[in-house]
Design a protein around this ligand. Structure first.
Ligand code: SAH
Length: 219
């Protein structure tokens, strides 16, 4: 397929750079992944605006800056095993794949899960996908080097901490419905084999809610 929108992508990448995104591998991934393939047809024109956009079932594809910010924090290394909670459109998963990660992603809504599955498949991305409550992680394939949660949670789910490997990192927005603070949690196993968690907070964001057993109740 002829790629008509590479200039718009390059412009978006310049904007991300001006906002403090400097990870080269990440910027390259943004130049490559065609965001217009992840948004609904009514929003095609806006695919390269630095804004969140609606997808089905009242959910959103995150703002490009937010995707870049979280991914930069995650500090993805080649062959990192990465678990994403909140597949949504599949865009974040595609970015992670382009950065050389081995990606697992969980989505709770069946229609979004199915659409993302077809889309990522068609694009040749080998993401392992599951439709389930991701606040409980994905135990079968744990541990993960990195876990990224793309929905806002009232707390840090215990299951996600458990499913991190030694030196693993979790990036998750935590707060109330109106706003969340970006948290980074690093797990370190002590010589006694006990996990220690190092917490750091970053900027404020506003995400759709993480709904599940270890997050918000389904209202
Ligand atoms: N990463 C997505 C952004 C999706 S928005 C992208 O790149 O497009 C957040 C997503 O999290 C929504 O699709 C929502 O349905 C999903 N979600 C909310 N609670 C969840 C849970 N407990 N487990 C898995 N997915 C969840």
């Amino acid at each position: 397929m002829h790629d008509l929108r590479s200039e718009e992508r390059a412009k978006l990448v310049e904007e991300l750079k001006s906002l403090g995104i400097s990870n080269t591998k990440l910027l390259k991934a943004f130049l490559k992944v065609r965001r217009e393939l992840f948004v609904g047809k009514d929003f095609l024109r806006f695919a390269y605006d630095n804004n969140a956009l609606p997808i089905n079932s009242n959910q959103t594809i995150s703002q490009p800056f937010t995707v870049a910010y979280m991914t930069q924090l995650l500090d993805v290394k080649d062959n990192d095993k990465v678990l994403e909670i909140g597949t949504g459109s599949g865009y974040q998963a595609a970015i992670l794949c382009e950065m050389g990660a081995d990606v697992y992603s969980v989505e709770r809504l069946e229609d979004l899960h199915q659409t993302a599955k077809e889309r990522l498949n068609n694009l040749g991305y080998k993401v392992k996908l599951k439709c389930a409550d991701g606040s409980r992680g994905w135990r079968e394939y744990a541990p993960y080097n990195k876990i990224i949660v793309t929905a806002g949670s009232p707390k840090i789910p215990k299951s996600l901490l458990e499913q991190l490997s030694d030196n693993g990192k979790l990036v998750i927005p935590v707060g109330d419905e109106k706003g969340q603070v970006m948290y980074e949690v690093i797990k370190k196993m002590t010589d006694e084999g006990e996990p220690k968690y190092l917490y750091k907070t970053f900027d404020d964001f506003r995400f759709v809610p993480l709904i599940g057993e270890e997050a918000w109740d389904d209202k």
